[in-house]
Design a protein around this ligand. Sequence first.
Ligand code: COA
Length: 439
Amino acid sequence: MYRKEYSEKKISVEDAVLLIKTNNHLVLSGGPIEPWSFIEKMPILKNTVRDVRVSNVLSLKAHEVMINAEYKGVFEFEACFYSGVQRITEKLGYGSHVPTHLRNAASGILRQNSNPDIFVVTVSPMDKNGFFTTGPGVIYDFEMIQKAKVVIVEVNERFPRTFGDTLVHISDVDYIYEVDRPVPGIPDSPITDIDKRIGEYVSELIEDGSTIQLGIGAIPNAAAKELIHKKDLGIHTEMLNDAMVDLYYAGVITGKRKNVFPQKIITSFTMGSKKVYDFIDDNPLVFHFRPHYTNNPFIVGSNNKMVSINTTLQIDFTGQCASESIKNVQISGTGGQVETSIGAQMSNGGKSIITLHSTAYIKKKGEDKKIRVSKIIPFLEEGTIVTLTRTDVEYVVTEYGVACLKGASVRERTKMLINIAHPDFREELTEKAKKYNFI
Ligand code: COA
């Protein structure tokens, strides 16, 4: 019944890109649902349009229009969560960061309730009822489909079909083009001995029957692997990944003791390898809901024994977590770190866990070799953004142990954090703690 409408709305990718005009506001989906074929054609606009505001998020590919300064003036990018690609666009002077919690990403893009000119998203093929799905996720897509003047879908034969807020009806779509390519993803990152030790400490904090959220990065993945002997865990997370699939098939995830959608796996988006995309395909166990719902701290905290596991880049002696930038360099974004950490602490029996390696290898300006620095430091450096404030931090875990900062004084926090810092830095950190009157 909808086939005729489908064929009438079909155009080429090139014609879809040519709909963009000077001064338009273009919104592109991001992460695994970023419309790659559309973005790859955007260079054709180089000499014909100017000042197109482009909102996007977490690009998983270095697209020409985002890494070449010749596109400055043609496009102006803005993103609420960066990958390495968005970092390049910012460095080249035509990209900027939009600070926001993930659940507010849509309202951020729609400043003053505006209507974007064009929204482009990748979807799975249409079913007999005229529905596509946004497959592995929904970040601001649900709201953009309602608000954008023109909605274009990139139909990918290989996209998984999912349940939740991912449905897109053909009557809401203006143009369609088809592609056939693998779903963008990230490989399952290798787990180091340090990640494993952190995972073991995290596992000790998680009781049977807990509901878990795993953040982005290698450590939460490692932590999941250490949960293999737990019983009746549930998942309420912003991002579903490969490690959670392993736990499901091992019988660890049953969701039986969850309060919000018992038994169901709740997420906003899924990102990983083919393994996790195959898992969510046509799987009525998994619901992808808007972060406006999934990440609402009240909803997160409605689960008993809710445990959030996130990662930070640096933490100071008072407990301030810098999880998205180092000095003036924006590395990622706030994402759902604050929402899930606060939500977990609102939960009956819940815990919020921040993980980090005790050290990082970094290259200082003017030096060739990388040097090792402590990630536990007395003060955050000038320009570094605080993601999770010291009033919202609870457990902190490194490969040297666990510090529970909740309710602890700054003096106690300093001592506890130095205890889980790398032994090579403890003496220096203690001297600084004394010098600045922390202890
Ligand atoms: N000083 C300077 N640079 C540092 C650093 C430090 N103390 N610690 C890390 N870095 C650099 C790394 O070298 C790396 O740089 P590169 O990309 O140029 O190689 C970059 O920061 C990312 O570090 P890495 O350890 O690889 O990060 P990760 O993949 O484990 O992710 C976070 C860690 C904190 C960036 C990630 O968890 C995040 O974005 N968190 C905020 C959002 C969030 O928690 N969301 C949760 C819900 S999904």
